[in-house]
Design a protein. Structure first.
Length: 153
């Protein structure tokens, strides 16, 4: 084994922690934010001349287009995947742990190469990105190899 990246994300925020090895304390590597993903559809589109205002279109129907909010969420998932790919190519981790809700998990995994997917050591389908460090620590203790002192200070 070797260094571990733990990615905790939702549609608005992603925190990436590093561990020197399984069981070691976590160090915050990156804190990414994408506030546009949290906005309502009407806040993401304009009524300026030449612009087309789209309503609340649902994905899943034949021919339906993703809503502006869904497009922003997909864009953020792509950014997270790109960051993970760059870190893997730079040799910053040997194992990857993904902690996110099912929708974001699918979008992030879609943006990962087969090589990176092969380094996924654990997937935790849990939407905990908005929790504080104390609650994240409690959750990770039950799901992954972390020390009693979860976060390095």
């Amino acid at each position: 084994m070797g260094p571990v990246f733990i990615v905790i994300a939702d549609s608005v925020r992603a925190r990436i922690y590093g561990q020197e090895a399984r069981g070691a304390p976590l160090n915050l590597v990156t804190d990414m934010a994408h506030p546009a993903s949290g906005l309502h559809n009407q806040d993401l589109v304009t009524d300026k001349p030449g612009a087309v205002r789209s309503g609340n279109t649902s994905v899943g129907f034949a021919g339906a287009h993703p809503s502006p909010k869904e497009q922003e969420q997909a864009r953020f998932a792509h950014d997270i995947a790109r960051h993970i790919e760059h870190a893997r190519a730079s040799g910053r981790f040997k194992e990857l742990v993904l902690v996110m809700g099912p929708r974001m998990l699918g979008q992030v995994k879609h943006g990962l190469s087969d090589i990176t997917k092969g380094q996924i050591a654990r997937v935790i389908e849990s939407d905990i990105a908005r929790l504080n460090d104390t609650h994240i620590a409690q959750h990770l203790r039950d799901q992954w190899f972390v020390s009693q002192t979860v976060f390095a200070r």
